[in-house]
Design a protein around this ligand. Structure first.
Ligand SMILES: [Zn+2]
Length: 474
């Protein structure tokens, strides 16, 4: 790790985030399912989720954590004292690190570095082989909150009173009340995301044990059934929302695919952002288009489950603007000719875009889908699995989607649940048939009448995963 910059204070926060996002369970205590040796597998589930990969936030955090591990001047005392009542480097973790890697902080950090460097190369395993630990909370925040609230409330009231009325009350306060004290408002977008994540969860694991959830003190019906009850309540609430007649998706006139240019990892996010303009020449763009593109980027990056830091994207934009001084052809090579009308002024637009995204004031209130409908870029960013399904230009009349999709996502129990989650989220997000068909057209598919097909895919793909389980047990 000699090529890393020296650590900064935020690198230590990143290290603590990375460790605690795998190690701490839904109740904020150490998850009994966490074993140090499995750390790379747990973190890989977060970082290699298809929707985490859309931008590079978790990767930046991982790099930052690795930088923190190059520091050798921390002592065990500093590590455990500095971070409040629930230090990540608590005595139990210290003990485990010492036993695994050796007594000094140096040795422990070298060991952790080695573990974290394996995240990209490890083979993902399903929940039967390794139960989820802290990553359950990162991947399913709505259900982490529900579980934590249940544990807190039922613990207070005693198990005998943790009844159905408590269940309904908790669902009301934790996921249906719009005015929550902390976290995201329970708006249409949050509800749709949460509903989608339930279908992913249901396809991923059959038991609460596999999800690493506490087995004592759970609701009488079990966690998964209870999550199902909460999801039905969220779905009912989505169906009563009043804007069903407004278009939530732009009309897919200009269906575009990825930009044609050269790829270069130094500018990857800049290219990603430019495609938010949907192939309009960026040097000829109106202030209004610029504002919409900025808002769409902000909204896409603040997805309720897969949030992305905007800073690495700004860095790439600035790097590209700086490189333009030396290499005037770089924009055409990276972005393709279609996005430049005359070739002049494009670099100013990129600089403006970086400045716009950097400016925290006025803190923009993200527009709802009725105020600014989803365009193709935002859909492709938010639903990468459906976008890759769409690349094969599927037609609504083809009947073999289930078998095709399953064979493309093997092993099915690892590969299919995120795609099922995307289908379910899209269905929950867009109540209107026309919007679903518009979204599918933006994502590359042809024909109309996609809603029932997608509904069947959610059911059939889930059944497909469980059919494998039956085979396994015969
Ligand atoms: Zn299969």
């Amino acid at each position: 790790m000699t090529d890393l910059d020296p650590p900064r204070p935020e690198d230590f926060s990143a290290l603590l985030n990375v460790i605690s996002s795998c190690r701490l369970g839904v109740d904020g205590r150490i998850s009994p399912a966490f074993r140090l040796a499995d750390f790379p597998l747990h973190f890989a589930r977060i970082i290699r989720h298809p929707r985490s990969r859309a931008a590079i936030y978790d990767r930046v955090e991982l790099q930052s954590a690795l930088r923190a591990l190059t520091s050798t001047d921390e002592s065990w005392m500093n590590l455990s004292d500095e971070y409040g009542d629930n230090p990540t480097f608590d005595s139990e973790f210290e003990q485990e690190l010492k036993e695994t890697f050796g007594a000094s902080v140096d040795q422990a950090f070298a060991g952790l570095t080695e573990l974290l460097s394996r995240v990209d190369n490890t083979t993902l395993v399903d929940a039967t082989r390794l139960p989820y630990a802290g990553e359950f909370g990162r991947l399913f925040p709505a259900f982490r909150e529900l579980t934590a609230t249940w544990l807190h409330r039922s613990g207070k009231q005693g198990k005998a009173e943790a009844s159905e009325s408590l269940s309904a009350e908790i669902i009301n306060t934790a996921v249906l009340t719009e005015d929550v004290r902390s976290g995201y408002p329970r708006d249409h977008d949050w509800l749709a995301t949460s509903v989608g994540s339930f279908f992913e969860l249901r396809a991923l694991a059959r038991s609460s044990e596999e999800l690493g959830l506490p087995t004592t003190g759970c609701p009488g019906t079990g966690w998964l059934n209870w999550f199902g009850t909460a999801t039905s309540a969220m779905t009912r609430k989505l169906q009563t929302t009043s804007f069903i007649d407004s278009p939530l998706v732009t009309r897919p006139e200009r269906v575009s695919t990825a930009l044609p240019g050269e790829t270069d990892p130094r500018y990857g996010n800049a290219v990603l952002l430019v495609s938010a303009f949907e192939q309009q020449p960026i040097d000829d763009t109106s202030a209004e288009c610029m504002d919409d593109a900025v808002l769409r980027v902000r909204r896409a990056f603040s997805h309720r489950r897969f949030e992305h830091e905007i800073a690495p994207a700004i860095e790439h934009l600035e790097a590209l603007v700086a490189e333009f001084e030396n290499d005037a052809d770089i924009l055409i090579r990276l972005l393709g000719e279609g996005v430049l009308s005359s070739g002049t002024g494009a670099v100013d637009v990129l600089a403006d875009l970086a400045a716009n995204l950097s400016d925290p004031y006025p803190n923009p209130i993200l527009p709802s889908l009725t105020e600014l409908p989803l365009n193709g870029w935002e859909l492709r960013f938010r639903f990468p699995g459906i976008a890759s399904f769409g690349k094969g230009s599927p037609d609504v009349s083809e009947s073999t989607h289930t078998a095709d999709l399953a064979s493309m996502h093997e092993p099915c129990r690892i590969g299919l649940p995120p795609l099922i989650g995307e289908f379910a989220e899209l269905l929950a997000l867009l109540p209107n048939e026309v919007d679903i068909d518009g979204a599918m057209a933006h994502l590359g598919a042809t024909g109309t009448g996609w809603r029932p097909i997608l509904e069947h895919l959610v059911t059939d793909l889930t059944a497909h995963i469980w059919a494998h389980e039956e085979e396994r047990h015969q």
